[in-house]
Design a protein around this ligand. Structure first.
Ligand SMILES: [Zn+2]
Length: 78
């Protein structure tokens, strides 16, 4: 899940990552196996960094699933 405005950037990396354990980079950063800086997404974009492919994929799937999840939870009540 994409939460907040802070993203992870690996030292020397050209990509930034969301705090999302579906991404292997983010999950090792969160576990502490990889060291990364936390900056805002705006700052990452200003530095010319791009969103990591796997984070983008998860984020888009998340967006796509959200309205359906809502509908599903409404229908479950009946
Ligand atoms: Zn990522």
């Amino acid at each position: 899940m994409h939460k907040g405005n802070l993203v992870y950037v690996l030292p020397g990396g050209k990509k930034y990552h969301y705090k999302d354990d579906d991404c292997s980079y983010s999950s090792s950063i969160m576990k502490g196996t990889k060291k990364a800086k936390q900056i805002t997404e705006d700052e990452a974009k200003r530095r010319g960094l791009t969103l990591c492919k796997s984070c983008r994929k998860e984020y888009q799937e998340d967006l796509r699933e959200r309205p359906f999840g809502l509908i599903r939870s409404i229908f479950k009540k009946f």
